[in-house]
Ligand binder design. Sequence first.
Ligand SMILES: [Zn+2]
Length: 275
Amino acid sequence: MGFAPSHEQFDSFREKEGREIDAALTVGETTEEVEAKEVEITYMIGETRIKVVMYEKPGSSLTFFNMHDNEDTAANAARDVVDSQGGRLIELRHTGDRNLDFEIHGEVYTIDPNRMFTDVGAAASLRQKTADYRGMTYKEEALRLIRNFANGFIADFSLASPERTLVAVHNNTDNRYSLKSYQDGGQYESDAELVFSRGGDLDDFFYVTDRAVFDYLKAAGMNVVLQDNSRMTDDGSLSVYCGQNGITYVNAEAQHGHLAQQKRMLEVISSRPQP
Ligand SMILES: [Zn+2]
């Protein structure tokens, strides 16, 4: 069912777009039993280099994924939890901002990287952001290259693998996007199948594609939304891609600066028995 990227597709992408491995280094953690490793990979989208940094330590099959370059609390929380519990953190490093810019033949295009995972969503985000920030219409080549990047990236890091639980880590702004957005009357009410609120700060919440994970987090007393995988809006986000393809996906969303709260959330999801 659905679309699943193959390694053959990525191999052609690599030849065309010139992915390269820049460096692989080991970060010594002398006080720990095992060492954490950090690997940096550079992708090319047109003429723009996108860095992917992977920080990894044995002990857990979780993959934390930080794609918005301005969401540093999320990246720091995940790095700390990899140190204490194992797993891996994958970070996209691009502009330092939320949006990703890339240049093709001297023209700059803009997209929200959490809209690049489906054809429909990527086209819509590229259209809107490129018009808003660049004052121009995007060309088909830009859509093709960003979709190749997204698919190659998913294949390279096995993000669709059932053996690794994918945990996106995000930060939001106080009282804007929150669990409330999915409750009755909220902006995204129709995207949610179930919502559990324990109260407290509703900016700190989980968003998941899998009923068993929803039940686990609810039992653990966490704010959590279960995506309606048959009715959600195709906005190109990773949760939609995972919902369409039957992939277990968790988003741990916390307010900017809520480091302790987000670490606690990541520890809770790490304590779930893994596949
Ligand atoms: Zn984000």
